[in-house]
Design a protein around this ligand. Structure first.
Ligand code: DGT
Ligand code: MG
Ligand code: MG
Ligand code: MG
Ligand code: MG
Length: 269
């Protein structure tokens, strides 16, 4: 096909391939969710519906992009880890990032009404995205540990803060001053002695966030086929094994999770 005289503008496009043989992490985060959560009546400090919706959108992403080996989410963020050897979109950073973020955003809106049947969506939410490359398994594990530690620190703070406000009758400012200089042990103590809350008994999804991993599950589908006993083609139920993303609310900082899921981290070469 003849090229137009405008064709040269293509040369201005830059290539942005991710370095080979590195873990590709894509993290997205809700845009101005401080306001979005208020406008949509999220319960404080944690809204179960909102977290389940985030997880649902992330499951959709994983089921669409099967080179993702593990995902981790908390609050208004989710991280997706693509396998080191992926050649998806020739490892082009902007392609990978924009596809994952836009698929997540549209899924979040698509599934909204199912999770918030009594709360109409007031305006379209948005998510930012970034790409981070990690060369070693240790770097990747440290990244995921960092996000889960962040979840724990924020959740302990928020649980304590909102107990002081909602049950202790403090203003936001008083509660903030009360816990500003406290350590984790102090916050645990405030929760237990003043409000009878044992932080250890708080739901795991709040304390640990959500890890999505692949699991082989049996799936029953209808298929038109023959069998050995019946040579006539007709619709039949057949079961097959299919990889499905399943949520866990478990520790990923220690070694146990990684020992139980040895296939996530490929052998380093
Ligand atoms: P950004 O990310 O710079 O556009 O700004 P934000 O406002 O999204 O800030 P970020 O991402 O640092 O913090 C997440 C916000 O989302 C934070 O203000 C609390 C809110 N949020 C997330 N999950 C929940 C929830 O389950 N319940 C409530 N009430 N708020 C939540
Ligand atoms: Mg945000
Ligand atoms: Mg922020
Ligand atoms: Mg955030
Ligand atoms: Mg196109």
């Amino acid at each position: 096909m003849a090229k137009s005289k405008f064709e040269y503008v293509r040369q201005f496009e830059t290539q942005d391939p991710c370095l080979p043989n590195t873990w590709i992490v894509i993290r997205l985060d809700g845009r101005n969710f401080h306001r979005f959560s208020t406008d949509h009546g999220f319960t404080k400090p944690n809204d179960e519906r909102a977290l389940q919706l985030m997880n649902r959108a992330a499951e959709t992403v994983m089921n669409d992009f099967r080179d993702i080996v593990i995902s981790y989410g908390q609050s208004d963020e989710f991280s997706f880890v693509l396998k080191k050897s992926t050649m998806l979109y020739s490892r082009r950073a902007s392609k990978l990032m924009t596809h994952i973020v836009s698929q997540f955003s549209s899924s979040y809106v698509f599934h909204w009404a199912q999770h918030f049947p009594d709360q109409p969506l007031q305006y379209p939410p948005g998510f930012d995205g970034r790409v981070i490359l990690y060369p070693s398994n240790k770097n990747l594990r440290d990244y995921l540990s960092w996000r889960q530690a962040d979840c724990h620190i924020n959740n302990l703070y928020n649980t304590c803060f909102w107990a002081l406000v909602q049950q202790g009758g403090m203003t936001n400012k008083q509660a903030e001053e009360r816990i500003r200089h406290t350590f984790s042990a102090d916050k645990n103590e405030i929760l237990f002695s003043e409000f009878g809350i044992n932080y250890n008994n708080e739901p795991e999804i709040y304390k640990k966030g959500t890890v999505l991993v692949w699991k082989r599950v049996e799936e029953t589908v209808m298929k038109t086929c023959r069998t050995e006993e019946d040579p006539v083609e007709r619709p039949r139920e057949v079961t097959k094994l299919r990889k499905k993303a399943v949520p866990l609310h478990t520790d990923i900082i220690g070694d146990v999770f990684w020992e139980e899921h040895p296939d996530i981290l490929e052998e380093e070469c």
